[in-house]
Design a protein around this ligand. Structure first.
Ligand SMILES: [Zn+2]
Length: 288
């Protein structure tokens, strides 16, 4: 089960991992905390009044298309997007939003879904949210709380029979090392590198670099980068198909960094570190 803050996050973070496991016969559930109602339109071609007017509806359809491309199941946890506050001082968050819900209220639907779907592995963001969007930080908090509580018969009693997932992972994003690898491979292929500017702006002490030191698990999934990109493009209001993300040929990406990376945050099974499989150490299997 992959827990995400908004529709589109599942296609930009860990999507190739999910696509791979699905094609190896694993059932994968994406839990989407919010409807992405306060997101913006990030694709110039979609930046039209009629799109803005029906944004929530359109984002649901985009999610459906991405779900089919990835081959996953998907559930909405039913919360309202908090939006990304901007300005100095930052404006207060809207009252109805996900990030302002009491932890127990925000966690209950995820506990219910875990008890229904009964995943062995749960993935989420680290404590910094991967990037500091209030919904991403809340997504982390809710996932940790649900991982701890779902197996406890004393807690969330009205939300189903207890089920204890065995491993909890945090997804890791773009570290300097990863961007450097992509840059080097792009230049080696004789192409103009879109990573140069990114590297120049990269600050010392970047949160992502600190997080990258905590990687325990690199899942090979290069063969699924194409599916990942197709799923991402399905979120047409959220990504510009002509943007930087899609400029680098897949072969270059596969050579530069063929894995998606995770930190094993909790484990109830014995496993050796480093790992290359989110299910390492989980011995239970189903014989048909
Ligand atoms: Zn998001």
């Amino acid at each position: 089960m992959a827990v995400h803050a908004h529709p589109d996050d599942e296609s930009s973070k860990g999507a190739a991992t999910m696509a791979r496991y699905v094609r190896e016969g694993v059932r994968v559930m994406v839990a989407t905390c919010t409807g992405g109602e306060r997101g913006s339109v990030l694709n110039p071609a979609m930046d039209r009044p009629e799109v803005w007017e029906h944004l929530s509806e359109i984002r649901r359809k985009e999610m459906e298309a991405a779900r089919e491309i990835l081959g996953v199941e998907q559930a909405w946890l039913g919360f309202v997007d908090s939006g990304l506050p901007e300005g100095d001082p930052l404006p207060p968050l809207p009252e109805d939003c996900f990030a302002l819900q009491p932890l127990e209220v925000a966690t209950a639907p995820l506990v219910r879904l875990i008890r229904e779907f009964r995943p062995h592995v749960v993935t989420t963001y680290d404590e910094n949210g991967g990037y500091p969007h209030p919904d991403h930080i809340m997504c982390h908090q809710v996932s940790v709380e649900a991982f701890e509580a779902a197996g406890d018969p004393e807690r969330y009693q009205e939300f189903g029979e207890p089920w204890q997932p065995l491993k909890l992972y945090y997804q890791m994003g773009f570290s300097r090392k990863r961007i450097e690898a992509l840059h080097a491979e792009t230049v080696a292929a004789g192409l103009e590198s879109p990573y140069e500017e990114w590297l120049q702006k990269w600050s010392e002490n970047h949160e992502e670099d600190k997080a990258a030191l905590r990687v325990t698990t690199q899942v090979p999934c290069a063969d699924y980068f194409g599916i990942r990109d197709d799923a991402l493009r399905a979120h047409a209001t959220q990504v510009d198909p002509t943007g930087r993300w899609f400029q680098t040929p897949l072969d270059v990406q596969r050579k530069a960094w063929p894995t998606e990376d995770y930190e094993l945050a909790r484990s109830l099974v014995d496993t050796g570190i480093p790992e290359d499989d989110l299910f390492a150490g989980i011995t239970e299997s189903v014989h048909v």
